[in-house]
Structure formats: C-alpha cells, structure tokens
Design a protein around this ligand. Structure first.
Ligand SMILES: [Zn+2]
Length: 224
C-alpha cells in the first residue's frame, strides 16, 4: 500500500530518486558546494572541517542568500569537532555566527558534534536561541543524550542502529520520540532500513513511526 507520508531522511549527502523519500540534502559551502532551487529540501552551512579564514566572508554572503530560499529547510551541517578541523575557538566563532543566521531566518540547525557536547550546550544557553538544534549522527550514551534533551536539543540517528550489537539501539529507546529524526548521512543505505530498525527497536508500527517523524519534521521546519 502506498502511503502519502514520506520517509524523512533528515541528513543525507546524496539525492534520492525514491518518491517515497524526502531527503534533506546537505550542501557544504565550505567544500565549495552550491545551493540550487531544484532540490526539494536541503540544508546549507559551513562544515567545521572546512572552515578557512580566507573564504569566510564570501561563504556567509552565500549562506545568507540560501537562508532566504524556501527549499533550504535548515542551516547545517555546522558545529564543533575536537578531532578534526581548525582550533576549537575559531570553530566556535564560526558556529555562533551560523546560529545567529539560523535564528534570524527562523531555520533549525543540523549540528555536527564530535567530543564537544558540553561546549555545544554552553553556546546554546549563552546565545539564548530557541531555534531547534538537531544533533545529527548521534551515537553517544544516555547521559549525553539526557543533557542534550534537557537543553532543548533533538537528535538524528543513522545507520548505526541497524547493527544488532550497536549500543545506539539502547540509546534510541531513551530519545523522547518527538525529538527524534532518522538519517543516512554519507551512507548509501536506503533510509527505509533505518526506519525498519527503529520501528523494531521501539516496537511501534512503521506507519506510526513515519507519521511521528514527519510531524517532527514539519514542526521544526515550519515554526509558528
Ligand atoms: Zn553529514
């Protein structure tokens, strides 16, 4: 049976040809990618790995232009990474500027975060922003999850939940369902596989899961 509710792939680096899927395709200005009007939905941002002082002014102009477009449903992926990219202070400054931009245009943020969850929470608090933060590719423990959720950050989980031995499966059960998104990121796996794993772990019907995630998507991309 064909359902009208699409599978939402909240963060993907590929276009999907599948009519049952709505993918938020990631455009990284830092990697020289450009926004285009043909995409059904995309996120635009400067990835922390690719921040370079020399390009930043031009990239912010392009980001602002993208933020005015309807199919740009989020700013991202942007964030903080302690393992890769320039030093954290510089990453934080560029991140904060992108948060400001997202806040100004009322777009949610897709966050890349490696080893800097508490710095992320501190920035969110300091900036007093109310735009949704969605920490993508989340596979940390229940403690970090609890602190993110308490501070108003949603999470998007990916293909790690498919693997039977993955600790992410346990963490998924702890996510408040209204704060959950699913994604395939840089993997070529169909998003349906991630949904199937999530439905099994959460012990809910696929249709229920689809409508919950779709509602979450609509809520955060059309605030108010
Ligand atoms: Zn990604």
């Amino acid at each position: 049976m064909h359902s009208d509710i699409p599978f939402i792939n909240f963060h993907s680096h590929f276009l999907s040809e599948d009519e049952d899927v709505l993918s938020v395709v990631n455009i990284d200005l830092g990697a020289g990618q450009t926004w285009n009007s043909e995409l059904k939905a995309c996120s635009v941002g400067i990835h922390p790995w690719h921040i370079r002082k020399i390009d930043i002014v031009d990239q912010f102009l392009r980001l602002e232009d993208a933020c005015r477009q309807k199919n740009v449903v989020a700013v991202g992926e942007v964030g903080l990474d302690k393992m890769q990219g320039p030093e954290l202070n510089f990453q934080s400054r560029v991140f904060e500027q992108q948060v400001e931009m997202a806040d100004h245009y009322g777009k949610p943020l897709i966050v890349h975060c490696v080893g800097a969850y508490y710095e992320l929470i501190a920035i969110r608090k300091k900036m007093r922003t109310t735009i949704p933060f969605v920490v993508h590719g989340f596979s940390k423990n229940a403690q970090v999850l609890g602190d993110l959720v308490k501070n108003g950050c949603c999470v998007s989980m990916g293909t790690s939940i498919i693997h039977p031995a993955s600790s992410s499966r346990k963490v998924l059960k702890e996510v408040p369902i209204e704060m959950l998104f699913l994604e395939t990121d840089d993997k070529q796996t169909p998003i349906q596989g991630v949904y199937m794993a999530a439905a099994e772990i959460l012990q809910i019907e696929m249709d229920t899961l689809k409508s919950v995630i779709y509602d979450n998507f609509k809520r955060i991309t059309n605030p108010g």
